[in-house]
Ligand binder design. Structure first.
Ligand code: UDP
Length: 244
């Protein structure tokens, strides 16, 4: 998070590098049932991010010693394709992807009725095809749609967004320049109806007031994003009925 003073991220009209106002989201599109072999799948485009999610399970956890006799284990694997970023990403897991996989697994576990499936495992593969900041949240938001599309019983959908500090201002849904050259980045995800926080991380520094402003912007945005998730799922069911 460098802040080179010559990079201006907010112009004299208060607009951001991509022309957005501080509280404007990038365009978001979600589509379900994009992969035939998965039990559930979703594809999300969120600004410049393009991410595919495949869900398998619940199925018997393997190897057996990993089984939990009381609940299903949720294994999310976040992966960036080598071609997803400007500089080729070395294939395979790295510290960042291991961390992101862990926080996404925990967030999804809070939403899934895992106690209904002892000894089972639910696999969630998140493949980032094109990255443009905010991929962990976009991947998580799409993963919860893919789980619902797979018919995995859930308490609620997980929905998230990021906010951050750019040129001293709190803005919603950072793009890549803002993520790279801004002063703080705060990804957060909640259960859509209860509002329970299931993921929150922070890179950089915010004052308490800035933090409150950032989280309230995020909470506001999750309402709109949840609507897009629900429309994607309704689209799925309309398409299925149409095909009967
Ligand atoms: N990024 C990159 N190469 C990497 C990792 C990240 O170019 O190896 C870019 C990518 O666009 C990513 C952004 O940096 O979306 C921000 O990464 P961060 O770790 O903040 O996670 P994200 O915001 O994607 O959840």
């Amino acid at each position: 998070m460098g802040t080179p003073s010559d990079i201006k991220l907010i112009d004299e009209n208060g607009l951001r590098v991509d022309g957005r106002t501080p509280e404007q989201l990038r365009p978001i599109k979600i589509q379900t049932d994009v992969l035939n072999r998965a039990d559930g799948s979703a594809y999300i485009e969120w600004g410049g991010n393009k991410i595919m999610v495949a869900v398998y399970g619940p199925r018997e956890a393997y190897p057996r010693h990993t089984q939990d006799i009381e609940r299903a284990i949720v294994k999310a694997r976040y992966n960036m394709a080598a071609f997803s970023v400007d500089e080729r990403k070395k294939p395979g897991p790295d510290r960042r992807s291991v961390e992101i996989s862990k926080v996404i697994s925990e967030a999804l576990q809070a939403a899934i009725l895992v106690e209904q499936f002892p000894r089972a495992q639910i696999d969630v593969f998140i493949e980032v095809l094109q990255a443009d900041a905010g991929t962990r949240i976009a991947g998580l938001t799409a993963a919860s749609v893919a789980l619902a599309a797979a018919g995995v019983p859930m308490r609620d959908l997980v929905v998230g967004c990021t906010a951050g500090k750019v040129d001293g201002q709190i803005v919603l849904d950072l793009c890549r320049e803002e993520d790279n050259f801004g002063q703080a980045d705060l990804p957060m995800a909640i259960l859509a109806r209860s509002g329970k926080v299931v993921l929150i991380q922070m890179d950089g520094d915010l004052t308490t007031e800035e933090f409150d402003r950032a989280t309230s912007m995020i909470l506001n945005a999750t309402k709109r994003i949840n609507q897009i998730q629900r429309e994607a799922l309704q689209g799925k069911y309309i398409a299925e009925q149409g095909g009967e």
